[in-house]
Design a protein around this ligand. Structure first.
Ligand code: ZN
Length: 69
């Protein structure tokens, strides 16, 4: 299962979007929302609460009370 380049979630291939940049790099996106956010709006995933990147970042900053999730 590919991992979304924006939100970091895993998803089945048939629902995702594969984007190939001009430099030949490939990005998987789980939804149009993630695709647009990254490619069209050039947003940073750390700024959005619904992304996994955001949660991982916050967990690293806290790094203390990490149980599960
Ligand atoms: Zn996504």
């Amino acid at each position: 299962m590919p991992v979304c380049a924006f939100c970091g979630h895993e998803f089945p291939k048939h629902v995702g979007i594969l984007y190939v940049s001009n430099s030949g790099k490939t990005y998987w996106f789980c939804s149009k929302r993630c695709f647009k956010s990254m490619i069209e709006f050039k947003r940073r995933p750390e700024k959005f609460k619904w992304t996994r990147t955001y949660r991982i970042r916050r967990q690293k900053e806290k790094a203390k009370s990490a149980k599960t999730g």
